[in-house]
Design a protein around this ligand. Structure first.
Ligand code: NAD
Length: 252
């Protein structure tokens, strides 16, 4: 058996408080491309559309792109074996929470309940004038840009754009989970998006053990030296779950 998988499985089985930190890479096997790297969104789309000032000045142009990139492509995406494995770990009380940078709602669709959406969610719309929130249903997206039914202000997807702060409550919740963690699974993240990138660093400083799953080394691989499991998240997590079952079966 692969030694790294054995070590990771033992670490998870021994952990008292395991937290997962996920990035765009976990959803690649569900057909959603990441932003960075080969095939990533930034090789095709100008990230300026996701700057809050640009969006407010060019709402119609930005909304057409946002609708196509997120609302039309996310509609058919389904949780993959990686999302399902994390939901299973939570059900077995081996995983306490997930801090995700993703906005695609796939963790919740897989059955995970303790999910902190660090960058918000595409499923909700927020009025930039009165701050009301609405479910991003089809009828809002028929005429672009959508406007608030209450005050006619501009509606924006409730995920964090460049130039917008992370809500304080989200930062506090994430810090609290990170400080409690004695083990953290870092899955599919480059570690380049600040301030989310600091979460694994903080876990490391608080003495948490780190396991990383990625198809290639990230900033974390180099700086935090986690136990590194190379490969697509779905395949790696499935294999890891099998190794954990083998260990448990041998014990009983
Ligand atoms: P990123 O786009 O910067 O990097 C993706 C990472 O995933 C890379 O390290 C890459 O090597 C890895 N990866 C690619 N395929 C993988 C696979 N099959 N299994 C495991 N790892 C794989 O992603 P990021 O660091 O998460 O930051 C980008 C920001 O963009 C995030 O904050 C997120 O909000 C947003 N984003 C979200 C989604 C989504 O909701 N699914 C998609 C794209 C971007």
């Amino acid at each position: 058996m692969d030694n790294a998988f054995l070590q990771a499985a033992q670490l998870i089985l021994q952990a008292k408080y395991l937290v997962a930190f996920t990035g765009a890479g976990i959803s690649v096997e569900s057909g959603i491309p990441p932003f960075r790297g080969p095939g990533g969104l930034w090789t095709k789309v100008d990230p300026r559309h996701f700057e809050i000032d640009y969006f407010e000045q060019h709402p119609e142009q930005s909304w057409h792109l946002i609708k196509q990139l997120f609302y039309e492509s996310f509609k058919n995406a389904r949780p993959n074996p990686a999302h399902l494995a994390l939901a299973d770990l939570e059900k077995k009380q081996r995983l306490q929470s997930i801090i995700t940078q993703n906005i695609d709602y796939l963790h919740q669709q897989a059955g995970s309940q303790q999910v902190i959406e660090y960058h918000g969610s595409y499923r909700s719309l927020r009025c930039l004038k009165c701050n009301s929130h609405f479910t991003a249903s089809e009828h809002f997206l028929n005429t672009l840009p959508p406007h608030c039914p209450q005050c006619k202000g501009l509606l924006k997807p409730d995920f964090v754009f460049f130039g917008e702060p992370i809500p304080g409550s989200v930062i506090n919740q994430s810090m609290s989970e990170t400080m409690k963690a004695d083990a953290m699974l870092i899955i599919g993240s480059t570690g380049e998006v600040f301030p989310a990138s600091q979460i694994p660093e903080m876990a490391y400083q608080y003495g948490s053990k780190l396991i990383e799953i990625n198809i290639e080394p990230s900033n974390y691989t180099r700086t935090l030296k986690p136990l590194f499991l190379k490969g697509p998240a779905g395949q790696v997590l499935q294999q890891l779950m099998n190794v954990m079952s083998d260990i448990e079966n041998k014990k009983s």
